[in-house]
Design a protein around this ligand. Structure first.
Ligand code: AMP
Ligand code: ZN
Length: 482
């Protein structure tokens, strides 16, 4: 093995790509802003969540132990208003979407973080943090709400690089989400509104502003300085800027070493978002017959700091990329190659592995990592076709694919199973590997006993479901998806 490439990550705080270092040897403490559970998440949201999963899986591949927290924002302006309009409690309103989010993550192969937590279960921590800020005069009250005084925090703006010099002291903003132009003192705690849910607490009745939850929960589970904090680029301002102001104001210590932000998924040049109405949920795409692995591959294949333009053509290409990899893996499993070693093959696989690792180590350049995989697959397929590939190369190639899949997680054909679990006709996904291999074995048995009617029937059944059988020279059978 060659030397492993040093991991470098682009830090929004410094605007540079930097060597990755952690505060505790061998461990990565990472906080991920989770979804606001007022509706189903769309695939733009999942672009960001898949990026985080690829990051976490790559760090684990490099031997790090993860300590990741993801929150569910189950209290914010939109949720409170929607729950009140529906006449139900916050928990009742959000639970359905929280469960849908967990199911969607599992379907996309997103590993559960070590802590998946709800904002509403951490009101006490938020109150405690606001008290800490109050004791250091970072706060003031107005009409029952508590605000953060940004003029007291000279570093305000350092993440998003906004200029706050023109901001009038005491000008406030009450909504949770706002643009850079409206940078103002923001609400840590909001006075109750008639007909809306509130909490009785030591700092008075009310509800938390959106930003305080992430500071309070991150520090509760990960300590006062985290290694990595991630989110979509839209969260850099105001959300993450405010998190820094809250956390560093309270502790006087750096809150986060590496801020990583994913660029948006676009549809026809615009951000995919609920408010623009140009969004697809996973369920929308499954209903159109797309598979979980296709969507995961598409989302993971574009490096996270590049915008990803969503098209159905792109989905189609992702589907055929996954098929190419699965067919190659199946070929390694099924074919019998001549014994021995193909000259240079072991070194060729090592080079692919190095390129794969170097791509990911370079700020998670998934496109470069994938190119290393597909180059090897293409060359090896043609060596196999030309009879040059040898049985001795199978283990190394399979081990490399397994490594690839620890990060990309698309090889195992669990699409049909997953779709079935969500209540979709699994037909759209076609049969899974295990089912195909069982049918192929059945057909082999029929051929052995010279029951050609049965063997033809199974061949036809498979063909109808998009699986082709080819008889190989050595008298075996190989299958592939059309
Ligand atoms: P939200 O539920 O609005 O808090 O968003 C959940 C996550 O999805 C956040 O990290 C957002 O930054 C991210 N996000 C929202 N829209 C997009 C998009 N079109 N592309 C990529 N990430 C997005
Ligand atoms: Zn957050």
């Amino acid at each position: 093995m060659g030397a492993m490439a040093e991991i470098r990550l682009h830090n929004t705080l410094t605007g540079k790509s930097e060597p990755f270092v952690t505060g505790h040897p061998g461990e990565v403490r990472m906080y991920t802003c989770g979804p606001t559970v007022y509706d189903y998440a769309h695939i733009g949201n999942f672009r960001t969540f898949v990026f985080q999963d690829v990051l976490r899986r790559f760090l684990q591949l490099r031997g790090y132990r993860m300590k990741q927290v993801m929150n569910l924002t189950d209290v914010d302006d939109r949720i409170i208003a929607k729950a009140a309009a529906a006449g139900v409690s916050i928990r009742e309103y959000t639970e359905k979407y929280a469960q849908a989010f967990f199911a969607d993550c599992a379907t996309l192969g997103i590993e559960p973080p070590e802590h998946w937590i709800r904002a509403t279960e951490h009101i006490e921590e938020m109150v405690g943090l606001i008290e800490r800020l109050r004791a250091k005069s970072y706060t003031y009250e107005s009409e029952g709400s508590i605000y953060y005084r940004i003029a007291k925090f000279p570093d305000y703006g350092k993440l998003s690089k906004i200029d706050v010099s023109g901001i009038q002291a005491g000008a406030r903003v009450d909504v949770d989400r706002y643009e850079k132009e409206s940078a103002r003192d923001f609400a840590l705690w909001k006075a109750p509104k008639p007909g809306e849910h509130f909490w009785e607490t030591r700092i008075g009745p009310g509800r938390p502003g959106w930003h305080i939850e992430c500071s309070a929960m991150a520090m509760r589970y990960l300590g006062e300085t985290l290694d990595i904090h991630t989110g979509g680029i839209d969260l850099a301002f105001p959300h993450h800027e405010n998190e820094i102001a809250q956390s560093e104001g309270a502790t006087g210590k750096p809150f986060v070493r590496f801020w990583l932000h994913a660029e948006h998924l676009l549809v026809e040049g615009e951000k995919m978002s609920k408010s623009l109405g140009n969004f697809y949920t996973l369920r929308d795409l499954f209903a159109k017959g797309y598979k979980p692995s296709t969507i995961r591959f598409l989302l993971a294949s574009v490096p996270y700091r590049k915008q990803l333009n969503f098209t159905f053509d792109g989905l189609q290409q992702a589907a055929s990329s996954v098929e190419r990899l699965r067919n190659f893996a199946a070929r390694l499993r099924q074919e019998k190659f001549p014994a021995g070693e193909q000259a240079g093959f072991a070194a060729r696989v090592r080079r692919a592995e190095e390129e794969f690792g170097a791509g990911l180590a370079d700020d998670l350049n998934t496109a470069q990592a994938l190119a290393a995989v597909f180059d090897l697959v293409r060359e090896t397929n043609s060596a196999m076709d030309q009879g040059q590939f040898r049985q001795g190369g199978v283990a190394a190639a399979a081990a490399f694919l397994a490594k690839f899949d620890r990060v990309f997680a698309v090889l195992a054909d669990t699409d049909a199973e997953k779709l079935r679990a969500l209540g979709y006709g699994a037909e759209s996904a076609g049969p899974g590997d295990a089912e195909i291999e069982a049918l192929v074995a059945e057909r082999n048995a029929a051929r052995k006993r010279r029951d050609f009617a049965a063997s033809d029937r199974i061949r036809q059944q498979l063909a109808d479901r998009g699986i082709l059988l080819e008889d190989t020279k050595d008298g075996g059978v190989r299958w592939k998806r059309k």
